[in-house]
Design a protein around this ligand. Structure first.
Ligand code: S3P
Length: 443
């Protein structure tokens, strides 16, 4: 249980932990590459540790070398560097036990794509939240690729058994923009005989494609034509080679401090080394459209990922409308954007956000219920909500075991009058174990 009081101005500089999506992928691609992959800035959170655990169970050596400068000359003395000893595309070993993805959808959905190409049968499960999330979205394309995935009673929920082996290429069009499904299909496509074509309605995060390219994979994004989705083509047959990976700061973690800086009078917060990949930067565009004082400086490339330093200052925000192609670029930030909207002048509309219903919890329902508890007028719509800007009052908030709900409503609590209680804040460990320490560092 965490008690949050209204906060005075937050001023300072912070480096947020590594990007969760990129951290998962560094282990996965490192494992199926030949040779060693060195990872700097890896996010040691529960979700990414679940990925490490799964690959260790399949015989992959993954070690932490503190202060190792052999691949990063300027590594700090106490800086952890992960080394993944890759065993090639088909080098994973039968784990002989059920793999546990914990709370992590990325772990199970991407890993399943890789298991499709292995010569053994594997069962994966997860925690209660993950066992309730839909797996049909990966089972369907994998079935078309000739890979059988079995669930108990065909309920398309974990536990799921993957019968790896022969993979056929497909041309698959998905009606939802999901990087996890896209990555699953592309990773399975590495094992196919012919190119794999994957089409999505709008470009979802492209870290798998960028990192695969760096490891020697051959991919192309087709020029988008009017009225069509975005197609990514993977050409199999290349060998992946271990690489040095620098994981940028996670913009989804930075988002909480961006919101705190904008909402708390007198604040000025600078966040260093934040990943601003254009498939992830929707929150920055939303902040600008709400009139937020935001500065993005020193844009640079870390490998194939764009990174920048970002400063926000307290601002009087006004409402905005969010929907369409921008949604996948800010999908995980909607809880904290809803908090921004609840303090903005006017009515903010969020639409095309049905995917939030199948995240770690039903985030649409969670956001609406918790904002109402804090005194905000919110209208529920079929695929989103309309938030009437107002005054936040302290309340007892149940984050429903969802890390992003806990962090977003902690920020709401810093702005609210009275005391806000987060009933179980330990779920922040999933993506940001040092969240409260970093917050107190600024206070
Ligand atoms: C992720 C993709 C997104 C996102 C999740 C991480 C990834 O999920 O919400 O936190 O790393 O590929 P969907 O693919 O379900 O949209």
């Amino acid at each position: 249980m965490k008690k949050i009081e209204r906060s005075g101005a937050l001023r300072g500089t912070l480096t947020v932990p590594g990007d969760k999506s990129i951290s998962h992928r560094s282990i996965m691609l490192g494992a199926i590459a030949e040779g060693d992959t060195y990872v700097r800035g890896f996010l040691k959170s529960a979700a990414c540790l679940a990925t490490i655990d799964c690959f260790r169970k399949m015989g992959i050596g993954i070690e932490e070398r503190v202060g190792d400068r052999s691949h990063f000359l300027d590594a700090e003395e106490n800086e952890p560097i992960l080394v993944v000893h890759g065993s090639g595309l088909r080098g994973l070993k039968d784990p002989g036990v059920t793999l546990d993805a914990g709370n992590s959808g990325t772990t199970v959905r991407l890993l399943t794509g890789i298991l499709a190409g292995q010569d053994f049968i594997t069962t994966i499960t997860g925690d209660e939240s993950l066992r309730n999330r839909p797996m049909g979205r990966i089972i369907r394309p994998l079935n078309y690729m000739g890979v059988m995935c079995a669930t108990v009673g065909g309920d398309e929920k974990l536990p799921m058994t993957i019968f790896g082996g022969q993979v056929h290429s497909i041309r698959y069009e998905n009606h939802i923009a999901s990087a996890q499904v896209k990555s699953c299909v592309l990773l399975a496509g590495l094992y196919a005989d012919e190119p794999t074509f994957y089409t999505e309605p709008a470009l979802s995060r492209n870290h798998t494609e960028l990192m695969l390219g760096a490891f020697g994979g051959n991919l192309k994004v087709r020029e988008r034509r009017e009225g069509e989705g975005v197609t990514t083509i993977l050409y199999p047959g290349t060998i992946l080679k271990g690489q040095d990976v620098v994981v940028p700061g996670d913009i989804s973690s930075a988002a909480y401090f961006l919101a705190a800086g904008l909402l708390i009078p007198g604040s000025e917060i600078t966040l260093l080394g934040v990943g601003i990949n254009e498939t992830r930067d929707g929150i920055l565009r939303v902040i600008r459209s709400m009139g937020g004082d935001l500065e993005v400086r020193d844009i640079r490339m870390e490998g194939r990922e764009a990174v920048a330093d970002i400063t926000v200052r307290y601002s009087l925000l006004h409402s905005t409308t969010i929907g369409g192609d921008i949604i996948p670029t800010l999908i995980d930030e909607i809880p904290v954007i809803a908090v921004l909207a609840s303090c903005a002048d006017g009515i903010t509309t969020i639409r095309d956000a049905s995917e939030l219903k199948v995240k770690e919890t039903d985030r649409l329902a969670g956001i609406i219920a918790n904002l109402r508890l804090m005194g905000i007028d919110v209208e529920e719509t079929e695929d989103g909500m309309r938030i009437h800007g107002g005054l936040l009052h302290g309340a007892r908030i149940d984050p429903r075991g969802d890390h992003r709900m806990a962090m977003a409503f902690t920020i709401a609590g810093l702005v609210a009058s009275g005391t806000t209680t987060i009933t179980d804040e330990s779920c922040v460990d999933v993506s940001y174990p040092s969240f409260y320490e970093d917050l107190y560092h600024l206070e």
